[in-house]
Structures are given as structure tokens and as C-alpha cells.
Design a protein. Structure first.
Length: 328
């Protein structure tokens, strides 16, 4: 009597990340890395060569979000042996619109127009972006303020003396404020993490030299005891980081750096220092009223905000997380 042998289905063959991305864009996988190294990274001419590890890090993020590095939907800056992945406006628009739970977006603008230092035109004081999800009953509402995201013109000094270079924030502030609102609301409503826009990447690179803090892998010694916080090592680094955060108004970026570069109990300690410094750096309403009017500040063109949603309307202001703020 013949025996019947059952042969199970063979498990699918795993395709490497490089081959998968090369197949997706119909390019030779042998040339993929070398091509993207020369096109997908922004660096100075005398900078070290991009490593395979840095290139793979970019490909992982590109594959995760389905972004095309050949059309600049995603690119990167090399940073301390790693990368800062940057997503362009077109890339943000695509991953938001392609998200399976995205169900529409609304915009609301302040009726107060201000003119920031160096700007060529006026802009709304804030923008409010609302993203609806088809799996939630309440939308996510994020308000972005111009004075917190505005990037001043670059000032330098050359052989012919000081000079100023205007950027898109000086000529098209309304459009770029809208971009900021869309990106921040998309992050919170749809959960996009580990990617940045151009302004954030610039600030991260500017602040990069401040972070050189190794830490334990889990906050414990080899005997299982909690690690002591070495304040003599951390405090000078945090002092420099806080000073740069004040100058660049980049508290969010500073917090991200702490989360990415500190480990164990150092994280909580560093975050507490940042929080206290940010609170101390917030001008009170009394201080604002007595500030020297000759100091550089936004010029208010028109008053009153829409729908009575102002500081005096009796409604709690909406913070960056879209929730009412009860912090005084």
C-alpha cells in the first residue's frame, strides 16, 4: 500500500529592504545605495562620506511611511553618526491623505494680523487645524502660533560687511504657518513619529553639539541597583541645551533630544530641568505689558479673534495638544 506524504506550504521568502525598495522604484538594487547617498542626503562638500548604516536608517523610515526619496518626499541630514529624517511638505500631505483613518481636515485663522521681524508681509497670529478620523467621535484640534514657529532671516557677515538673506518665512508666512499647522496636527491625530520638517531639522542640527551624554542601558547597575545621577556631568550639557532652546525657541526639539540621547534616570532629571527652564522663560502678562516698546516684537495690524475665542472670551485657551489649558 502506497504511503501518502503531505508536504506543507513553504514559508514565503523574505525580501531584503534594499531589494524591496529597489523593486518598488524599478531600479538596480546594486546601485540603489550609491545613488541615494549622493541624492538623498544634504551635507557640506567636505563632510564625511555617508555610511551604509546611515543610508539604511533612511530607507527604513522611507519604507515605513511609503515615501519616495527620489522625489524628495523624504531626505536626511547626517548627524552624529545617525540621521535626521526630513519629510517635505508633499510627503506630509501624502502620508496624511493616505492614512486609513483620515476623514478630512479643517482650517481656522486668527483675524489678528501681525508682522514679524524681517517679514515682508503680515500674517495671521495663529492657525487652528482640525483633523477628523473615521474611527473617533471627536476630532483633533491643534493651534500653532506664528511667533513660536517663525524663522527669522539669516544674518551673516562677509568681505563686504554684514548681510541678510530672506527665506520663505519672510515672503510667504501664511503658507508656511499653514504647513506647520498641518504637520503638527497630523503628528498628533495620526501618530506620525520619528520624522521632521525642514525647520525642525535645522534646529536639531544647530543644537546637536550640546548632546554628548551616554547613559546606562536600563538605568541600573550590574548589581541591579539604581544608577546615581551624575549631575556634574549632565548639568553643563543641560545648561548649553537650555541656552540654545531659549535662543531658538526650540523647547520641543530640546525635549526630543533628551528622549533620544539620555537613558535611565538621566531622562527624568533632564526633562525636569527643561520644564523648569521653559516655565521660567515664559514672560508673564504683567511683564509683557511693561516691555520696552522699542524692542523687536511683532507689529499688530488688526485686532479681535474669530468667534470670540480670545484670551478675554471666558474660554480656556487651546494649547499645542488641542486641549484646554488650565496651567497658570
Amino acid at each position: 500500500m502506497a504511503k501518502t506524504e503531505t508536504v506543507g506550504a513553504q514559508p514565503p521568502t523574505k525580501v531584503s529592504l534594499i531589494k524591496r525598495i529597489a523593486h518598488r522604484f524599478n531600479v538596480d538594487d546594486d546601485k540603489l545605495l550609491s545613488t541615494l547617498k549622493s541624492t538623498a542626503f544634504r551635507q557640506k562638500p567636505d563632510a564625511p562620506e555617508i555610511t551604509n548604516e546611515q543610508m539604511m536608517a533612511l530607507l527604513v523610515v522611507s519604507d515605513q511611511y511609503g515615501l519616495n526619496p527620489f522625489t524628495k518626499e523624504i531626505y536626511a541630514y547626517p548627524d552624529k553618526g545617525g540621521i535626521v529624517p526630513v519629510v517635505g511638505v508633499d510627503g506630509w500631505s501624502r502620508i496624511i491623505n493616505e492614512h486609513k483613518n483620515f476623514d478630512g481636515m479643517d482650517f481656522k485663522y486668527s483675524e489678528t494680523l501681525i508682522k514679524m521681524e524681517g517679514a515682508k508681509v503680515t500674517c495671521h497670529e495663529w492657525i487652528e487645524v482640525t483633523i477628523h478620523r473615521n474611527d473617533r467621535t471627536k476630532p483633533t484640534i491643534i493651534r500653532e502660533y506664528l511667533d513660536e514657529v517663525y524663522k527669522k532671516p539669516y544674518k551673516g557677515s562677509g568681505n563686504n560687511g554684514p548681510y541678510t538673506v530672506d527665506g520663505p518665512w519672510q515672503t510667504h508666512p501664511k503658507r508656511f504657518l499653514r504647513h506647520k499647522g498641518i504637520i503638527q496636527c497630523g503628528r498628533i491625530a495620526l501618530g506620525f513619529t520619528g520624522i521632521y520638517d525642514q525647520d525642525e531639522a535645522d534646529r536639531i542640527i544647530d543644537m546637536g553639539a550640546a548632546i554628548v551624554v551616554p547613559g546606562g542601558s536600563n538605568g541600573l547597575t550590574s548589581s541591579g541597583q539604581p544608577l546615581a545621577i551624575d549631575r556634574n556631568r549632565i548639568d553643563p550639557v543641560m545648561d548649553k541645551l537650555i541656552e540654545q532652546a531659549k535662543q531658538l525657541n526650540s523647547w520641543g526639539v530640546a525635549n526630543q533630544y533628551v528622549m533620544q540621547n539620555f537613558q535611565g534616570p538621566d531622562v527624568a532629571y533632564a526633562l525636569n530641568l527643561l520644564r523648569d527652564a521653559e516655565i521660567d522663560n515664559m514672560p508673564s502678562m504683567v511683564q509683557r505689558s511693561v516691555e520696552d516698546p522699542s524692542e523687536a516684537s511683532p507689529t499688530v495690524i488688526v485686532g479681535e479673534e474669530r468667534n470670540g475665542n480670545s484670551m478675554n472670551s471666558g474660554q480656556p485657551p487651546i494649547e499645542d495638544d488641542g486641549q484646554p489649558s488650565f496651567f497658570n
